[in-house]
Design a protein around this ligand. Structure first.
Ligand SMILES: C[S@@+](CC[C@H](N)C(=O)[O-])C[C@H]1O[C@@H](n2cnc3c(N)ncnc32)[C@H](O)[C@@H]1O
Length: 163
């Protein structure tokens, strides 16, 4: 659902945050345009290695999503058209939500898309509701996809567009 909402086919650059074991990375790579650039930022070295193993063609950097600008610049990239996030926002304190959202806003090009998932039952948590509030404060256009009930636990994606 996250990937189908991101219009990957018209993206020159795609950045994934928190790929974990690379399950989503695999689907991103299958849907990238031929000349598109891709980078994944994973803070945990063991998960970065797991994603590299699953997706040898992916450029997986062991780094912090909050430093996205620095890591893109190291590859000669001045921004990205799409950010796809697997980050556990509801587990982050507000200050960290803010830092990473600032980085996403900063690196997204005008018209760029940011997709990230949330668990339906997670919306009961104050941190999850705070995340949605912060997201809406930064991006004028935010929509929620239908819930994917087959996911365990059921989840949906936020799709935010930078004006
Ligand atoms: C829920 S998992 C991602 C799951 C992944 N989409 C999958 O299906 O395998 C969240 C990931 O975000 C990573 N992460 C957490 N904080 C991060 C940060 N500040 N920068 C980059 N990655 C981070 C974690 O190490 C973890 O691998």
């Amino acid at each position: 659902m996250m990937i189908s909402q991101a219009d990957l086919h018209r993206a020159e650059t795609v950045l994934e945050l928190g790929p974990g074991t690379g399950i989503v990375t695999e689907i991103i790579l299958e849907n990238l345009a031929q000349d598109a650039r891709f980078m994944a930022l994973e803070i945990n070295p063991a998960f970065a290695t797991a994603t590299r193993r699953r997706c040898p063609a992916a450029d997986v950097v062991n780094g912090d999503a909050a430093d996205a600008r620095k890591h893109l610049a190291a590859r000669g990239l001045n921004g990205t058209d799409v950010v796809i996030s697997g980050l556990p926002w509801a587990a982050f304190p507000g200050s960290l939500q803010d830092r990473i959202l600032s980085a996403v806003q900063d690196v997204l090009r005008p018209g760029g898309r940011f997709t990230t998932f949330a668990y339906v039952q997670g919306l009961l948590l104050p941190q999850a509701r705070r995340f949605e509030k912060r997201l809406r404060a930064r991006f004028p256009q935010v929509r929620k996809t239908p819930v994917v009930w087959r996911n365990l636990p059921p989840a949906f994606a936020y799709v935010a567009t930078k004006s």
